[in-house]
Structure formats: C-alpha cells, structure tokens
Design a protein around this ligand. Structure first.
Ligand code: HEC
Ligand code: HEC
Length: 266
C-alpha cells in the first residue's frame, strides 16, 4: 500500500472510533432516560399503594385521609422539604428522602416504611419528584457535614454552656425558656409554607420528628426546617466568632436541649 493509502486508512480508523464512542454515549444517555422512566413508573405503583391515601393523587397533600389529620401530609407540588442534610432553602438529597420514608416522621401519621423493599423506596422517590418542576430546574443542595459529637456531650458543664447558648441565640423566643414550645413568638407564628398552623417543638415531651439522636438534632438546627419558622444556624456555627459562640458550642446546645426531656418520657 502507498504511504497515502496508509495515512487514509489510519484517519478513517480514528474517525470510526470517535463515531463509535459518540454513538455509544448517545445510547448510554438513551438507556439512562429509559431507566429513569421505568423507575418513575414503578414508583407510581408504590405511591398508589402506600402513599396516595394521605399525599393525594396529584401529590398536593389532599388525599382522602388528610382532613382527619392534625399534622397535614406534605404537599409535594411546592418542592419544599423540612428534613434535609442540605442548606436552608435547597432541595433535599435522595438519601434525605430515603431516610424520611424509611423512618417515617415521629409524632405524625407519616408511617415508617422500613419493610418496603429498598427498590420500591428508591422508585417512589423518583415518582415524588415528578410533582414539582423544581426538580427539573435545580439540583439537590450539598449536604452539611456532621462532625463527631464532642466527648463531653451530656455532661453538666456541657448542659450549662448549652443553656447559655440557647439564651444567647434566643431559641426561647419560640421554644420557651423551659423548652415547652411556649415562647412569646409561638402564638404569633404565621401558617407554614403549606398554609397549616405551626408549633415550635416542646423539648420536654415526645419524639423529635426527624430523629432522637444528637446527630439528628445537630442536623435540624444547622439546616433549619424549610417551610417553617425554624431557622438555620449554619452561618453561626460554621464559623464561630470565638467570643459569643465558640468551637464546640453546637454540641453543648444539643446537650442542653436533650437534657430538657422529662425522665418519665423516654
Ligand atoms: C397516614 C398518612 C401518610 C402516609 C400513608 C404517607 N405519608 Fe408521608 N407524610 C405524612 C405527613 C402527615 C407528613 C408531614 C410531616 C410533617 O410535616 O412534619 C408526611 C411527610 C412526608 C414527606 C416530607 C418530609 C419532609 O422533609 O418535608 C415525604 C418525603 C413523605 N411524606 C413521603 C411519603 C411516601 C413516599 C409515602 C408512601 C410510601 C408516604 N409519605 C406515606 C403522612 C403520610
Ligand atoms: C422563630 C421561631 C423559632 C426559633 C427562633 C427556633 N425554632 Fe426550633 N422550631 C421552630 C418550629 C416552628 C419548629 C417545629 C417545626 C415542625 O415541626 O414542623 C421547631 C423545631 C425544632 C426542633 C425539632 C425538630 C424535630 O425533629 O422535631 C429542634 C431540635 C429545634 N427546633 C431546635 C431549635 C434551636 C436549638 C433553636 C435555637 C438555636 C431554635 N430551634 C430556634 C421554631 C423556632
């Protein structure tokens, strides 16, 4: 073969391999779209079986059971979620939704679904996302890291420091000085994002909605609860000024808040 012929064949081969790569890429993307569509379809079946009675056919929280419930089922059409690891205002991650669906929301009718096969839990997450356009235009937020709890968590010193932080950050305006959810602002809170009445948590009684462990409480006040008056304290604790707020104060606050539980209420 001539020199020219050889060069031609080499070029042809490169062209072909580039083409094969792009075609495979396109196929790959096609397969992903198809897989997503299949997940959504499976998710709808799970939803119609386990969720529709409360969250409603349109995902607007208006299922037939809703009017009987005091804490109303979430309206998914707004794309606003309370329980996240992500910063205030942002969308939750799939893991966040998975955690909520698996554990349920304590003190409300939202049931746990730990026995629902994992595949079905993953599929229904994708289906829930079809109710709000937010999922088309935005990505989930970046999770806020949760460091290991400090060693003196729960010690008398830690509780005392936590009480001071609770005063300083004015948690009491909503949650009350003794943590009973009866602070001066409690009665004046506007309805939440979904138009339902909201109440600051009473730390002395009952289960925390998004989990009972120190890590769960840390997550709550770092992220805030979107759609409610419960604010995010991420900015304050992420870079403590060293004067009013010191390193480790977040865990002291947790020591205090958890110390308020009345012993007879496990
Ligand atoms: C018996 C009623 C009921 C059923 C059944 C139910 N939920 Fe809920 N769900 C609720 C209530 C009530 C809330 C609101 C809790 C709150 O605002 O504190 C909720 C909240 C949620 C949230 C929002 C959490 C957040 O971060 O804001 C998700 C997600 C959710 N449910 C998913 C599901 C899925 C998926 C199913 C079915 C597998 C389901 N729910 C079945 C009552 C129900
Ligand atoms: C402006 C009012 C307001 C302030 C200030 C406030 N909270 Fe809240 N907080 C709420 C409301 C309302 C809820 C209940 C939301 C719900 O159940 O949907 C809540 C819930 C909570 C919960 C319970 C979450 C759960 O899992 O059930 C914790 C923990 C909490 N707040 C901690 C704090 C701490 C710590 C501070 C101060 C650093 C604070 N809050 C300041 C309004 C407030």
């Amino acid at each position: 073969m001539t020199m020219k012929g050889r060069r031609f064949r080499r070029r042809l081969r490169t062209m072909l391999s580039v083409c094969v790569a792009t075609c495979l890429g396109a196929l790959d993307a096609g397969a992903q779209v198809e897989q997503q569509a299949r997940l959504v379809e499976q998710g709808q079946k799970v939803y119609d079986l386990h969720c529709v009675g409360c969250h409603g056919e349109k995902g607007d929280g208006q299922g037939p059971a809703a009017r009987l419930l005091i804490v109303k089922p979430r309206d998914f059409t707004k794309g606003v979620f309370k329980f996240r690891t992500t910063p205030s205002g942002s969308l939750p991650t799939d893991e966040d939704l998975y955690r909520t669906i698996t554990r349920g929301v304590f003190r409300t009718s939202m049931p746990e679904h730990a026995l629902l096969p994992e595949k079905q839990r993953l599929a229904v997450i994708q289906y829930i996302k079809t109710f709000s356009d937010r999922w088309q235009t935005e990505r989930s937020g970046q999770p806020i890291p949760i460091p290991a709890p400090s060693e003196d968590l729960g010690s008398p010193e830690s509780i005392a420091r936590g009480k001071a932080v609770y005063e300083l950050l004015e948690c009491w305006t909503c949650h009350g000085r003794a943590g009973r959810g009866d602070g001066p602002s409690a009665a004046t809170l506007q309805p939440d994002e979904w138009g339902n009445p909201q109440k600051p948590f009473n730390f002395t009684k009952g289960w925390l909605k998004s989990g009972p462990t120190p890590r769960d409480v840390y997550r709550t006040f770092m992220t805030g609860l979107n759609g409610t008056a419960m604010p995010s304290y991420q900015a304050i604790f992420e870079s403590p000024d060293g004067e009013n707020i010191r390193e480790g104060d977040a865990w002291h606050l947790i020591s205090f808040v958890l110390s308020l539980r009345e012993k007879q209420n496990p």
